[in-house]
Design a protein around this ligand. Structure first.
Ligand SMILES: [Zn+2]
Length: 394
């Protein structure tokens, strides 16, 4: 059974240019006007001009609207209970953001049942899907005991293959006087309990969380348990996070708000993607990362939501694209590429984030004629339809 989508006003394919080393591909936004595509089961089977499209079992008329690859959200924290609306309101009234707020979510998460956590996770995943996110990464990090981290990654694995063990999110209150003991726990029994359910290991390398030496130890332990590294780096100030990420061969250094010239050069020379999370700066009223500096240096840039109950509670990639364009001075093409192909590279995935023949048929149709409307009409629901693996899901 194959499906033709035709009369596409603008088809964003991001078809990877041949010969690029994976993880080093940059700025490959590509689009075709008056286009069509064919999905054959789970894969893209054909793209090209609508006038040349072959026949198919099923036909969808896009009526001049834009079609894009499904968004790839490479950074989200969806396994948690409770909410922090009052903390957000207080921050907007002038209180600063600090890593310590994570602990209130930890208490609520530990007290929640598996069913409550899974229900919350499913609701957020559905929100994401309705806004065009067809692949998402999901971190643990609000349990911070062996049992609570293990169930967090196991629950996340029910909904996505991109599960990240983030036992090293923050030192929990019961280890306040023994942070070294907590690092040992995260590198030992907690890692052993989580590794079977996870693909990635992550660490919050920041003042108030984990320092460079601790982060290196945690990533090395994760790697020896078969997990691939990614790092929360340089969000709240300058620090070793980006260098640790590059040294450890991390797929992604996330946040990248405070970077030295050496950090930018290290990213540019590496296969590590810089994942920018503009919803966080919006929601914490902090300065945005300098996307142009990264792009001009040749760094591969992804955009992700960082959906979490504390620093950024949005599940909307279109909103993050609008912020990236308006407030980080990315072009509309760069922002859409970073939210699709960039996110895929941050997850080391070649099958998503683009619509070349053979890609997974993760497809978003907008109620708009071009991708630019995602930033041009901020806050307006514009996702008309979503296919994942060739099935209409939203
Ligand atoms: Zn995060």
């Amino acid at each position: 059974m194959n499906t033709l989508i035709t009369n596409i006003g603008e088809l964003v394919t991001n078809a990877p240019a041949g010969g690029d080393e994976p993880g080093r591909e940059r700025g490959g936004f590509a689009a075709v006007n008056n286009a069509a595509l064919i999905m054959d089961d789970e894969r893209i089977a054909w793209t090209g001009p609508a006038a040349a499209a072959p026949a198919a079992d099923q036909r969808v008329d896009a009526d001049g609207r834009a079609v894009l690859p499904g968004f790839v959200d490479s950074h989200a924290h969806l396994v948690f209970a409770g909410e922090r609306g009052a903390e957000f309101a207080a921050r907007m009234a002038g209180l600063p953001y600090s890593a310590g707020g994570i602990r209130s979510t930890v208490a609520a998460t530990r007290a929640a049942s598996d069913a409550q956590l899974l229900g919350n996770l499913r609701r957020l995943a559905e929100e994401m899907l309705a806004q065009g996110i067809t692949t998402f990464e999901c971190k643990s990090g609000y349990g911070l005991t062996v049992a609570d981290e293990a169930r967090s990654v196991a629950l996340a694995a029910e909904l996505t293959p991109e599960v990240t063990y983030l036992g090293a999110h923050v030192v929990p209150p019961e280890f306040e006087s023994d942070p070294a003991g907590y690092v040992e726990l995260t590198c030992g029994p907690m890692l052993a309990a989580c590794a079977p359910h996870a693909r990635w290991v992550d660490v919050f390398c920041e003042r108030g969380a984990f320092d460079g030496e601790q982060a290196r130890a945690i990533l090395a332990a994760g790697r020896s348990a078969g997990l691939e590294p990614r790092v929360h780096a340089n969000q709240l100030g300058h620090g070793p996070g980006v260098q640790v990420a590059v040294e450890s061969g991390a797929a992604s250094a996330d946040h990248c708000t405070y970077l030295s010239d050496a950090d930018v050069a290290a990213l540019a020379a590496s296969g590590t993607v810089a994942t920018l999370l503009p919803g966080v700066e919006f929601s914490t009223r902090q300065p945005y990362p300098d996307a142009r500096r990264l792009l001009e240096a040749g760094v591969t840039v992804a955009i992700a939501t960082d959906c979490n109950p504390g620093s950024c509670f949005t599940s909307s990639m279109p909103f993050c694209i609008a912020l990236a364009v308006r407030d980080m001075r990315m072009t509309t093409q760069e922002a859409v590429w970073s939210a699709t192909r960039g996110g895929a590279l941050a997850l080391r995935r070649d099958d998503v984030g683009h619509l070349a023949v053979g890609a997974r048929a993760d497809v978003v149709m907008l109620n708009a004629p071009t991708h630019a409307y995602l930033a041009y009409r901020p806050g307006v629901p514009q996702v008309a339809a979503v296919w994942r693996g060739g099935s209409l899901v939203a």
